[in-house]
Write a protein that binds this ligand. Sequence first.
Ligand code: S3P
Length: 427
Amino acid sequence: MKERVVGRAAVLRGTIDVPSDKSIGHRALLANAIATGSAEVRLRAPGADLASTIGCLTALGIEINRSGATVAIRGGRFASPKRALDCGNSGTTMRLLAGVMAGQGAAGVLDGDASLRTRPMDRVAQPLRAMGARVATTNGHAPIEIGGGPLRAASVDLPVASAQLLGAIAFAALGAEGETTVRLPAAARDHSERLLAWMGVPIHREGLVTSIAGPARPAARSVDVPGDPSAAAAWLVAGALHPDADLLLPYVCLNPTRLAVVDALREMGAAIEVTAVGSDGPEPTGEIRVRSGDRLGPIRIGGADVAALIDELPLLGVAMASADGVSELRDAGELRVKESDRIAAMVTGLEAIGARVEELPDGWRVGPGAPREAEIATRGDHRIAIAFAVAALAGVSGGVRIDDAEAVSVSYPGFWADLESVAAVPA
Ligand code: S3P
């Protein structure tokens, strides 16, 4: 593991092209892989998770060629893979592909790295079984074996507000005769619905219920995947906390289901401007600018807001640790089953950098303390590495040593280069 030391930046200034959105990227690759026709998916600086989806599709016999930022795909039928499909660290690859394979009647085994093998998979296996799919997990975890065979439409009530699960069922429903409906307990990102509708699939969302009329096959369409709001959030938090910052993110997905982090930071007092510019395929796009402002105030996050902020909560934990008062996160037990137990990882890290923090079963309570130097255990989790790099950059800590700098490459391989480009010599 290569470590990396991060200190406080004297100023934060510049323009950053954040990597293409991971959620949209997975879906654009998968939907075009089973579509009629050929298309190109443009992915800027994709991380290892998107490479996992490309690798799995190649192993499933799909003609897919990557050249620079362009991934050319010809839609087709899945062949039986010779070995287990390697989803790496990517829960989205595993859960969405389980649904796609079930919908295509394809058989195969989905596996992943040590972290992915600990994550819950019954939540996707059970609804797929309700549709008639043969899905066997390993005590609720990966490896998962998908058996192939016909599906039937079903009415599915999801126990968690997970866009991965909704996406998996939506992809599976493409292979079932009749109308499948999926109900979420709270709103989650809606990229599957937008993309499939844009590719001609009869899919509709009303409130928390999505319905898909099968069988259906998407029509291939090229997608230029805009910047990832979850990657952008690193710079929004850094800029909001640093006393001398002005950062511009010129090309970001502005899907409203992904911008709750902007609302949360604004509620804390951050100066963030969002300007809609146009759209790319099914998604609105534009630029986001953050400038230093007054010291942030505390915030309480809980209930239905959690699902909309799920990937940004580590960064918001850092913002909370510098706010003027005590903040609280509740109802976020899902964080314990992400790439790491993010509640434990954040509480340990926030304590290490000198914040006053209390671990709760479903979140944390945190307020500022005396910033100090710290060693951060990323637990191989990209979002933990990025959150504490931002804490150091903005001076919320006294400088940090991140134990596994490479962890960022799962979602944001250019993170360290972007950090160097916007940060002047450490003060
Ligand atoms: C994702 C949904 C979220 C998120 C993950 C990507 C997606 O997971 O944490 O990084 O692309 O659907 P859940 O929907 O399971 O919470």
